[in-house]
Design a binder for this molecule. Structure first.
Ligand SMILES: Nc1nc2c(c(=O)[nH]1)N[C@@H](CNc1ccc(C(=O)N[C@@H](CCC(=O)N[C@@H](CCC(=O)N[C@@H](CCC(=O)O)C(=O)O)C(=O)O)C(=O)O)cc1)CN2
Ligand SMILES: [Zn+2]
Length: 795
């Protein structure tokens, strides 16, 4: 039932905006607070200042201050955590942090994200197919929901006080539950983990109990005068284990309750976007339930058919026509054509009458703030790009053209077309030398000898004990290392001085590993600012930004590189560092590369050719690096693919084609290795159930994989899939500052030894150690080595 008095949605809006600050101001002040270097008051004041300047910026860019076109979606850490805290879904192990009203203060909020002592934080996992990570709410049969926090209301009031009517943004109820983890009984405080959930329980079972809290939240916003609220439902664009009908039924029920329990203007009008994919079947369901506006992702999904559009009743259609995930200027002509196609399926004059609005495909949190800040970037490349601020302008230009007819935004359209042309005419975009070499890759180039033969040859040269111990590559990135790099960049440290500093660090890390008794050593990756950016900076076809920071989780950011042209490797990248480390010790040193899929996943990738083609070019460059490492005498080479699962399409039908090209890219990179060279890979940050066959098809000799928090859950899956190569399930959870005891580690190693043959089992942490401190890493690795020794002795 649509309320005809719903206020008009603005013709142009965005689904969200970056929040870390153009110069990572929020990161700095939050981390200073954590370190005890600043007070809570400073933190709150600076955060408020940042939100204020953000609103001002968006108004200056042309979004109206008075019609709810500006979203208020700030978060100190993560928007899913904010929803959990708002809805009172705080696991009992944090109960001691709640005040008498059951509310959390800001330090308590951070404790859910980071843990404290023996109290483990919420788990973290990737947000759809992005490099953003959210905190996973824990929902059991008895979780009590209530409106426990007013942060959403406060943000709205803060804007209103300054004359900006914002649109509150909250994770919607269906997505909230689908993203949550099912847990069982939780017994009070402390480290005690929740028991397993009862068989068959899923958080979605709790929908009816959750909805009243959303109703109350909507009432509070309505009372405060919020005309619109945005309830994000990206989960409706994804295939889940729960049957599709059940998901859609939940959406219909949820929004029918929210739309009718309270009516306008007692509540704001409901705008429900389904970003990150297509959800043709979900839009009519939402409209039927009575939401006032539905949002669709026109970049990832197609325009809905006229039949679907006909089922939307009076609901406003908000079309995400500007890509929130990439940095290329929008092809405005093409985007306008899609919008017009959409409009043709709606009643006449839909755009003019406010029935069709323009927005971004997703929140802009996945792109940096402003191309204008990139003064060192090649001007031609820069002219091809649109970051968040430029995307706001593109949305406005499209809305103007859509409502005002051709010519209404002609200048913006002309510039866009010119820049696109300049992009495709640039000689680096298409290099025949690269293309010839990629085309020449044959089946024999991506196939290695049989594993049995390789394993025998490697056992002979490497001579490792059973259950060999190793690490995943990086050692702590200390502030000394980062500041040396910053001084080098600023010209205050010469090339020689910088190299000497990194070599000294490598030597220290090698000596430490020898002293700890690890079997396969690494050089520690001190010279890398980031595992992807470091490679991108040395490959042709990529550009790096100065200020293009994007939040990855909490206060951690990356500067995704821009993969704009055909890729080639002008010179070896890692060989000298690795050779140096190997020269310091008699133990084997493992070379360390980032794989092609991960390089693509964590960069902004050209949109003018299929990713499969781009991946093959990156893979070929890495293949040269593998060959050079091997020629330099490096007998073990690890090619990390932590993002293999991340790029897996959200919809099952698109998955086989993806797995095909991603596996092939990995094999292009690695199959050049001879029989005696041991190829490792490393996977983390996901659950791998859906890609087990692909992991097998990578054909690596050894696969290290995150497993500590899930207590080796992945091993039976690997076993069932017939995986019979080396495997190193993580036995030390590096995502927490906690140092496990030797017994705990030994227990995990023992557990692993039950499902993996001891000849194939490796002992290693879950992931690299770069975000940890030496105070944690040293004792943890010491215990890991001791635990491996204990289990080895029992064999
Ligand atoms: N690209 C990518 N994606 C990933 C991961 C990853 O490692 N890389 N890991 C997973 C989890 N995500 C992560 C993302 C970021 C970080 C992280 O540690 N980021 C660092 C920045 C890393 C970096 O780029 N460092 C640069 C720049 C460091 C910096 O901030 N320098 C200061 C100066 C520092 C000083 O003087 O001490 C400055 O520029 O102002 C360097 O070392 O050179 C951070 O936010 O703090 C960790 C995990 C999944 N996705
Ligand atoms: Zn990892």
């Amino acid at each position: 039932m649509t309320d005809r008095t719903a206020p008009q949605l603005p013709a142009a809006t965005i689904l969200g905006y970056p929040r870390i600050g153009p110069l990572r101001e929020l990161k700095r002040v939050v981390e200073a607070f954590w370190a005890g270097h600043s007070e809570l008051d400073d933190l709150e004041a600076q955060a408020a200042e940042q939100r204020r300047s953000q609103r001002t910026r968006l108004v200056d860019l042309g979004l109206a201050p008075d019609d709810a076109s500006i979203p208020s979606d700030f978060s100190y850490y993560d928007q899913v955590l904010d929803a959990a805290v708002t809805l009172g879904a705080v696991p009992p192990r944090f109960a001691h942090l709640l005040d008498e009203d059951g509310a959390l203060d800001l330090p308590g909020y951070f404790t859910l994200a980071r843990g404290e002592g023996d109290v483990a934080p919420l788990e973290m996992t990737k947000w759809f197919d992005t490099n953003y990570h959210y905190l996973v709410p824990e929902i059991g049969p008895r979780t009590e929901f209530r409106l426990a926090d007013d942060r959403v209301l406060r943000l709205f009031l803060e804007g209103a006080t300054e004359g900006v009517t914002t649109r509150p943004v909250v994770v919607g109820p269906v997505t909230f539950l689908l993203l949550s983890k099912a847990v069982g009984e939780q017994h009070g405080e402390g480290a005690a983990p929740a028991t397993a959930p009862p068989a068959g329980f899923t958080p979605l079972d709790r929908l009816e109990d959750l909805l009243p809290v959303y109703v109350e939240l909507l009432r509070s916003l309505g009372r405060a005068g919020a005309p619109w609220v945005q309830l994000d439902e990206p989960a409706l664009a994804v295939d889940w284990d729960v049957p599709r009908e059940r998901v859609l039924a939940a959406a219909e029920r949820a929004y029918a309750v929210l739309a009718t329990e309270t009516t306008r203007p007692e509540r704001p009008a409901l705008f429900v976007p389904v970003p990150y994919g297509s959800a043709e079947d979900a839009l009519p369901v939402l409209a039927r339930a009575g939401v006032e506006a539905v949002g669709l992702d026109l970049v990832r999904g197609a325009a809905p058919s006229p039949e679907v559009l006909a089922q939307l009743g009076d609901a406003v259609v908000v079309a995400g026509a500007v890509d929130g995930r990439n940095v290329w200027r929008t092809d405005l002509d093409a985007a306008l054509a899609r919008l017009q196609e959409l409009e043709a399926g709606l009643p006449d004059g839909a755009a003019r009458d406010g029935r069709l609005c323009v927005t971004t495909s997703t929140s802009l949190q996945h792109v940096p703030y402003d191309v204008g800040a990139e003064r060192a970037l090649d001007p031609q490349l820069r002219s091809w790009l649109a970051f968040a601020d430029q995307k706001v302008e593109e949305v406005l230009a499209l809305a103007t053209a859509l409502t005002g007819g051709p010519g209404a935004a002609s200048e913006a359209f002309r510039t866009a077309a010119d820049r696109r042309r300049s992009r495709f005419e640039h000689p680096g975009v298409r290099r025949e030398d690269v293309r010839r070499r990629v085309a020449a890759i044959g089946e024999e180039d991506v196939t290695r000898a049989d594993f049995a033969e390789r394993a025998a040859a490697q056992a002979e040269v490497l001579d490792l004990p059973p259950l060999p111990t190793t690490t995943i590559g990086s050692f702590p990135q200390t502030s000394e290392i980062r500041s040396a790099r910053a001084r080098h960049r600023a010209g205050d440290l010469s090339e020689e001085e910088y190299t000497a500093a990194m070599r000294a660090e490598i030597e220290r890390v090698v000596r430490l590993q020898e002293e700890l008794g690890l079997d396969v050593l690494v050089h520690g990756e001190p010279e890398r600012n980031d595992m992807v950016q470091y490679f991108a900076e040395q490959l042709e076809g990529f550009a790096a930004t100065e200020h293009g920071w994007v939040q990855s989780y909490g206060t951690r950011c990356t500067r995704p590189s821009i993969l704009w042209g055909d890729v080639a490797r002008p010179a070896p990248i890692t060989v000298e560092w690795t050779r140096y480390a190997a020269s310091l010790t008699d133990k084997p040193v493992k070379g360390m590369l980032t794989g092609p899929v991960t390089i693509l996943a964590w960069s902004f990738v050209r949109d003018d050719q299929p990713p499969a083609d781009t991946a093959a070019q990156v893979a070929l460059a890495l293949r040269e690096e593998v060959a050079d490492l091997e020629a330099a005498g490096i007998g073990i080479i690890q090619v990390d693919e932590p993002a293999l699962r991340e790029l897996l399409p959200l919809r099952a039908e698109h998955r086989p084609a993806y797995l095909d090209w991603s596996v092939r890219a990995f094999r292009i990179a690695t199959a050049v290795a001879g029989l005696r060279t041991q190829v490792h890979t490393h996977l983390c940050y996901s659950e791998f159930g859906d890609v087990i066959d692909a992991i097998d098809a990578l054909d690596a000799d050894v696969t290290s994989i995150e497993a500590a928090r899930s207590r080796m859950e992945v091993l039976p899956e690997l076993h069932a899939a017939g995986f019979a190569r080396g495997v190193g399930p993580g036995v030390y959870d590096i995502h927490s500052p906690r140092v496990p005891s030797e017994d705990e580690v030994a227990e995990l190693v023992g557990l692993a030894a039950e499902s993996v043959h001891p000849r194939l089992l490796w002992v290693n942490p879950d992931c690299g150690l770069k975000t940890r401190r030496y105070e944690e890493v040293e004792p943890a690795l010491r215990r890991l080595v001791a635990a491996a020794g204990r289990v080895r002795a029992r064999l």
